[in-house]
Design a protein around this ligand. Structure first.
Ligand code: C5P
Ligand code: MG
Length: 208
């Protein structure tokens, strides 16, 4: 009882586990091209794209009781408690009839990873990892002009630190399990997508 994890499981666990979902985690630093490439993958391979960051930003806009907390954490480049993010991801998966999801920007730390696995019981098919230099990511974030409150140099530095300290270890964890498909993400968008396709085509054919 009691814990947030238990509650989430009782409310949401059963219908998700009945569905037999295919989940691919899409990871990489801020500005590594996760969102851009997910849009391409959706178009070619029929996945549904769920961006943890986008779901959190939508939650702020919806006026939810967690909105202010989420907004403050995003401004500081900090990672929102797993309980909140996982509920949003679960809801999004339940509301969608598709059985194949790209989860972008999650898990961001060990807490995200362990809580997602225990709450949903879902183990990712593989992890698509966009490997990009900090120099290139910084250039992209400062140039992209999406009106995001966290795309300023102060927050960007904080996000890079959180990425190095908390997110890279998650990628290393999955690498130790043979689950990471690493992509050189410094290249132009089209070239990156060629490499991405090579990852998806074999697994796509296997499950087709
Ligand atoms: O992935 P994206 O760059 O859109 O994430 C923006 C911010 O959303 C992160 O810097 C972090 O504050 C928050 N976030 C989070 N937990 C996640 C994904 C994003 O707290 N799993
Ligand atoms: Mg994104």
């Amino acid at each position: 009882m009691g814990t947030a994890v238990d509650t989430a499981k009782e409310v949401n666990g059963s219908s998700l586990s009945e569905k037999k979902l295919t989940v691919v985690f899409v990871l990489g630093g801020p500005g590594s091209g996760k969102g851009t490439q997910c849009a391409n993958i959706v178009e070619h391979f029929g996945y549904t794209h769920l961006s943890a960051g986008d779901l959190l930003r939508a939650e702020i806009k919806s006026g939810s009781e967690n909105g202010t907390m989420i907004q403050n954490m995003i401004k500081e480049g900090k990672i929102v408690p797993s309980e909140v993010t996982i509920k949003l991801l679960q809801r999004a998966m339940q509301e969608n009839a598709n059985d194949k999801f790209l989860i972008d920007g999650f898990p961001r730390n060990e807490e995200n990873r362990a809580a997602f696995e225990s709450v949903t019981g879902i183990v990712p098919e593989f992890v698509l990892f966009f490997d990009c230099s900090e120099e290139e990511m910084e250039k992209r974030l400062l140039g992209r002009n999406q009106g995001r409150e966290d795309d300023n140099i102060d927050t960007i530095r904080k996000r890079f630190n959180v990425y190095m300290e908390s997110s890279l270890p998650v990628i290393q964890y999955y690498d130790s399990k043979g689950k990471v498909r690493k992509i050189d993400a410094v290249k132009p968008v089209e070239e990156v997508f060629e490499a991405v396709k090579a990852v998806f085509i074999p697994s796509h054919e296997k499950t087709a």
